[in-house]
Design a protein around this ligand. Sequence first.
Ligand code: ZN
Length: 363
Amino acid sequence: MTSKTVPSPTKTRLADGREIIYYGAYQGDLTDGRDLAAARTRSQARYDPVLDEWVLIAGHRSGRTYLPPDSECPLCPSRDGHATEVPASDYEVVVFENRFPAMAPQPAADPAEGLFRARPGDGRCEVVSFSSDHDTSFKDLTQAQAMLVMQAWTDRTTELSKLPGIRQVYCFENRGPEIGVTLSHPHGQIYAYPFLTPRTFRMLATARDYRHRTGRDLFADVLAAEKADGSRIVLAGQHWTAFVPFAARWPYEVHLYPNRRVPDLPALSAAEQHEFCELYLELLRRFDNLFGVPAPYISAWHQAPVAHGRAELALHLELFTIRRAPGKLKHLAGTESGMDAFINDIIPEDAAARLTQTLRQMA
Ligand SMILES: [Zn+2]
């Protein structure tokens, strides 16, 4: 791309006031010439008193863009005659506020009392486009491109953490129509929640209980135990270790831990960021090589909450595919969806062996 390289992100606004941020180089006019009415978001977080969890109710999302033809892709750069969500004519990585968010800044409301407690879903949902190339995938990014995505995740974690009322920032990617992805352009999302998600809440409670009982750090001990055992290690670098967890829920599930315990993405060093990208790109390539077709996957960054619990939850990434065999997907059915009790048909040690062997086949 023959355009100026910007060292820090370039922030501007879309026609309806949403924020858009370019990471790396871009080309063209950043003015959004569309006539776009401000999107109205009235999502709610409702409290489930039986499970002690918050649920987001976002009825307005049913009208969102669903698998548009490639020519109508909202994440591709704008071209003459076709204005997309990204006004630039080319870009490297871009982040913008979702037009159909599950959460968005809203006026404050008095919290209801009693069993039917509700509050505005006053968080924020952002889209991260990994590349201007519609037909690529994260695994095909160069190391430099992956580092730009890393910069975006890190920068957005810092910025979203500063917003009033935000409790937790979650960077993730859903990949593949089998997962329910509504746009095929390579992209991920960042959610900033006004509450602790059920999974994070539970991880914090477990880590606190572990420290109370043993005086030790749960995540550091899990990593040390996996390293000592060795049978589920998939990749081991100087700064990161990738392993299939002992009690993996999904057919092929890999957890990527930094060897140095840190709370969140902004705490990583440049060397740690760099090696993460190397190992992560390698892992994604191996996932696609498992069955010779693109793996439908979910990639989830677990970070410490914004305020409370920073000493308890350690940064790590959880990556898993729902594909268990050619043409066969793992569906969440009665025992998983009804009872949260997972059944995994693939033995974790076998999954680790498969993920290690794919490297040798590729070498
Ligand atoms: Zn596209």
